[in-house]
Structures are given as structure tokens and as C-alpha cells.
Design a protein around this ligand. Structure first.
Ligand SMILES: [Mn+2]
Length: 267
């Protein structure tokens, strides 16, 4: 039987380039000079590359670099769209414009850890790359989404449809649509809801496919208690149907990499 190439998922980096280097180096996906050594491996970032940390733009640059390097060796690197990518793009595009629903785009972004000096560093290359990121992906039996939230279903009934709808939205200047998406994207915890969680999961997987949901967005320690510093591995819950990969790096977590395994019910 042909050996399957490894698939890795990495959680919310939030502008922490050194932590990212360390994680990738320990996983033997990069060398000391930080170049791709993962061969044909596949690496997915779960979104939220930016904000809250010191190196938002360098992290974007680095993921783009890895994407090119991986491609040259037959590998694959990609990144999902996170709400912080949207917050930053919204602040860049709309500045202090407001729809009247809530605070203006800059203020909202700054409240969520946006660093004002980053806007001037955004180039066309970054903007184009960010707006082309998919919001969802399916890899083997795993459904990859940034947020543990169900708003995705409002934008389509398949992964292709959701990704296309959101890319179209990001190319337009409909501030109300942007604002609504940013609000919905901030929701969290639905798959872990004590009553409705299981139903949300079933519905989500039925609509989009896959047997297991992999997400970030909600730091694991906020779900399980304790400090982010103690989180060193993904949090598997809902009888194995959900995997949270957000190690809470910006709150002091070391972060980690998660290698997809064949899905098994853990109950
Ligand atoms: Mn997020």
C-alpha cells in the first residue's frame, strides 16, 4: 500500500514568528535557516496568523515563503481565513468608516489586538494573498475551519460555495456585509455547547462533509481551565468528533503541531 504523506495542522499563531519557527523546527518541517524541509508533506494553518503578537506581517511573509518552498518540493502549505485576517483587512480598507451598528473598523480591530503600525506594512502582495485564503477545507476525513462557530452555513451549502461567497464578499466594499461577517466570526464554542453541541457538529459534518472538525479560534485553556502555558497538545472533544488546535500562543502557550490521524470514535 502506498504510504500517505503526512498532513499537519497548526493553530492560531497571532504574530509570534519565533514560536512558529520553534514548532516547525521541532516537527522537522524546516531547517535551522527556517527553510522548508518537509518534502511532500502538507501543512495547514488554521487562520489568525496576525494581531496580538509582535510579528504579524513577518508571519504572513513567512507562510507565503513556506508555501512557495513546499510547492517546489512537491509539498503543500496553505492557511485558512481567520477572523483576525478579516479584522485587519477591514481596518485597512475601511479605516474609521462605521455602519452605525458598532464601532468603526479601526477601533474594532485595535480592541482585538491590532497593531496600528502593521497597516502601513501591508503590501498588495499581502492583501491579495489574504483575500484569496479559503475559509474551509477538507483534508482526508477532516473538516478544517478556523472558528468553532456555525455562521459558515449562512454563506453556502458546500465548502466550495462558502469559500467563493466569502472571497466575493472580501473583494467588495459592502461595509455592512463585512461588519456582519466580523461579528459572526467572533462567535465561539458552539461545538462544545452542553445541549446543542452534538447537533451542531452532526449538522455541520452533514452539510460540509468529513468525519471530524478541526478548528482553532478558542484557546484550549479557556475550554478546559488552567493556564495556556500548560497546553502542549490538541484538545479532542465531543467523542473525538472535534479537535481544537489553538494552543493560546499569545497568552503564553508554546503552541504545537497536530498531525492528522485516521479518524476513530474515541468513546
Ligand atoms: Mn480567531
Amino acid at each position: 500500500m502506498q504510504q500517505e504523506v503526512p498532513v499537519y495542522v497548526i493553530g492560531d499563531i497571532h504574530g509570534h514568528l519565533r514560536a512558529l519557527h520553534k514548532i516547525l523546527h521541532e516537527a522537522h518541517l524546516i531547517n535551522h535557516a527556517h527553510h522548508w524541509t518537509g518534502g511532500e508533506a502538507s501543512l495547514w494553518f488554521i487562520g489568525d496568523l496576525v494581531d496580538r503578537g509582535p510579528d504579524s506581517i513577518p508571519v504572513i511573509d513567512y507562510v507565503i515563503q513556506l508555501q512557495h518552498e513546499a510547492q517546489e518540493s512537491g509539498g503543500h502549505v496553505d492557511c485558512l481565513l481567520g477572523n483576525h485576517e478579516l479584522l485587519m483587512l477591514g481596518a485597512y480598507q475601511f479605516g474609521r468608516r462605521s455602519t452605525g451598528l458598532s464601532s468603526n473598523f479601526i477601533t474594532k480591530w485595535r480592541h482585538n489586538g491590532g497593531a496600528k503600525t502593521d497597516l502601513a506594512k501591508l503590501s498588495n502582495k499581502h492583501l491579495t494573498w489574504l483575500t484569496e485564503r479559503p475559509a474551509m477545507a477538507i483534508v482526508r476525513d477532516a473538516l478544517l475551519v478556523h472558528a468553532d462557530a456555525t455562521f459558515y452555513t449562512r454563506y453556502g451549502r458546500s465548502i466550495v460555495e462558502v469559500n467563493e461567497t466569502l472571497k466575493t464578499l472580501m473583494k467588495r466594499s459592502n461595509t455592512l456585509a463585512w461588519e456582519e461577517l466580523i461579528e459572526e466570526f467572533a462567535m465561539r464554542g458552539v461545538f462544545n455547547h452542553p445541549y446543542g453541541g452534538k447537533d451542531f457538529i452532526e449538522r455541520f459534518l452533514m452539510i460540509f462533509g468529513g468525519k471530524q472538525i478541526i478548528h482553532g479560534h478558542t484557546p484550549i485553556h479557556t475550554m478546559v481551565g488552567g493556564s495556556a502555558k500548560k497546553v502542549t497538545q490538541p484538545f479532542v472533544y465531543a467523542d473525538g468528533q472535534c479537535v481544537n488546535v489553538d494552543g493560546g500562543i499569545y497568552m503564553g502557550g508554546s503552541g504545537f503541531i497536530y498531525q492528522l490521524t485516521n479518524f476513530q470514535i474515541t468513546q
